[in-house]
Design a binder for this molecule. Structure first.
Ligand code: PXG
Length: 445
């Protein structure tokens, strides 16, 4: 037994009843559980001692790989020094330091940082600041939000309302005054495109249609993921995001990029905004912000928006919003250590160097049984399978289980196998991912 194992509370998780697992088929999982007990670098270890190659950076978050010593030490030091301190009418230095470090890597002008506890909270925060800003500049009739079909913006009421996933919406009351753009996936025209597809920029003109329908003076903000991750890797067609930005500008509508997945190097640039060369008014982040180690989110807000709210009497709170854990010192320590690693190992741009290798390797899976599309950008891939008649999702789920049994962690959404490995991945590990999937896809009927 290693020293680490000796100090951990020991468990073989013999009782799985009490933990109500999120976004999980609980009964199915508990019948045949998959448990991970440790992780280092590119690999997890399962409860039965098997090594599992992490093809998904956990849940799109462990960008610098697992078990990073610098983060461990920073967290331990911070816990010993200042475990918690309020940030409501109080402060502690590390939150200011972390915000300054984030501002330094932010797209220019997006340098006012609002800390949250998760991606969902970052989304709610950006939506609320949009409303506050519109009101502050005398545009209080702008209360409507525009999202997009197949968008995922977390699980708050704002996020599910602007999101476009039917199962996340149908059971729950929605925010009023929300409309949606069409999604951009077009397998018929764009199957097996490498990177951005050439057809579909005109889908952004949907926004003009919604402006004509509702009136620009009712619309506060549009929210999109630059690349939609969790709903199956939907890559914007060439020119689409540029058009969306132009239409927003024309009509005084704010543009929120939800970069909970694309932030922190996933596309080979620090942010999707950098990758696509577009400046949104907000960038929502979480996940890679702390390398997934401590829960935290951050909203990058344009300085203009921030400044428009810094008005009124000095002694009054400018924005009635915030969380107990906004700027949590331990999360900030994890975040600063994470940024140090990203800088020292040039991880925020490493994806650009690996993208060609990644793309070529993944596209080798074309032609395997049931593969109807492959989409790649940066260090993301989506492999779409034809659904089985009457049981959508079953085929990809089976591939996920078989891949796991063969020592590879993938993520499945619908009939799409999604991949997003840690940005430290090496060429040989890319080859291993492809070889496992090659074998698995031949065995899934
Ligand atoms: N926005 C986007 C774009 C996300 O991808 C959230 C908001 C919400 O973040 P939190 O931290 O509240 O979960 C996300 C989260 C998957 C998967 O399997 C993706 C997410 C979460 C869980 C699973 O693709 N993304």
């Amino acid at each position: 037994m290693t020293l680490d194992a000796a100090v951990l509370p020991r468990s073989n998780a013999s009782n799985l009843e009490n933990f109500w697992m999120p976004f999980t088929a609980n009964r199915q999982f508990k019948e045949s559980p998959r448990l991970l007990v440790s992780a280092k670098g590119m690999n997890y270890t399962s409860v039965d001692g098997k090594t599992i190659l992490d093809g998904t950076a956990g849940l799109w978050c462990v960008n610098a790989g697992h078990g990073r010593r610098q983060i461990v030490e920073a967290v331990e030091r911070q816990l010993r020094t200042l475990d918690f301190a309020p940030t409501f009418q109080m402060g502690h230095p590390i939150a200011f330091d972390f915000a300054e470090r984030l501002a330094a890597i932010a797209p220019s002008g997006l340098d006012r940082i609002f800390f949250t506890g998760s991606g969902s909270e970052s989304v709610e925060t950006a939506l609320k600041i949009s409303l506050a800003y519109q009101r502050a500049i005398g545009q209080g009739t702008r209360t409507r939000f525009i999202g997009r079909e197949r968008g995922y913006h977390g699980v708050g009421f704002g996020g599910i309302s602007v999101g476009g996933i039917v199962n996340n919406r149908r059971t729950f009351t929605q925010l009023p005054g929300v409309d949606h753009l069409r999604h951009t996936l077009d397998i018929e025209r764009n199957a097996f495109s490498k990177g951005q597809a050439s057809n579909g920029a005109e889908l952004a003109d949907e926004l003009e249609r919604l402006v004509a329908l509702h009136g620009a003076e009712t619309i506060a903000a549009v929210i999109v993921e630059p690349v939609a991750g969790s709903t199956g890797v939907l890559i914007p067609p060439r020119g689409y995001l540029q058009r969306l930005r132009a239409i927003c500008d024309r009509h005084g509508i704010l543009l929120i990029f939800d970069e909970v997945i694309t932030g922190f190097g996933r596309l080979g640039a620090p942010f999707g905004a950098d990758y696509f060369g577009i400046k949104p008014d907000f960038i929502t982040t979480a996940k890679g912000l702390t390398n997934g180690s401590i829960p935290m989110g951050a909203v990058f807000v344009s300085r203009n928006i921030h400044d428009a709210l810094m008005t009124g009497p000095q002694n009054l709170i400018e924005l009635f919003h915030g969380y107990t854990y906004s700027g949590h010192p331990v999360a900030c320590a994890a975040g600063i250590a994470t940024l140090d690693i990203y800088r020292d190992e040039e991880l925020l741009t490493r994806g650009a160097k690996l993208a060609d290798k990644w793309q070529d390797a993944i596209h080798e899976l074309k032609g395997l049984p049931n593969v109807i599309d492959i989409r790649t950008i940066g260090l993301i891939a989506g492999i779409e399978l034809a659904p089985r008649a009457n049981t959508p999702g079953a085929r990809a789920y089976e591939a996920f289980v078989k891949a796991f049994e063969s020592g590879l962690l993938t993520r499945v959404t619908g009939d799409v196998i999604a991949l997003s490995p840690p940005l430290i991945i090496e060429a040989a590990q890319i080859d291993r991912i492809v070889s496992v999937l090659n074998d698995v896809l031949k065995r899934v009927d």
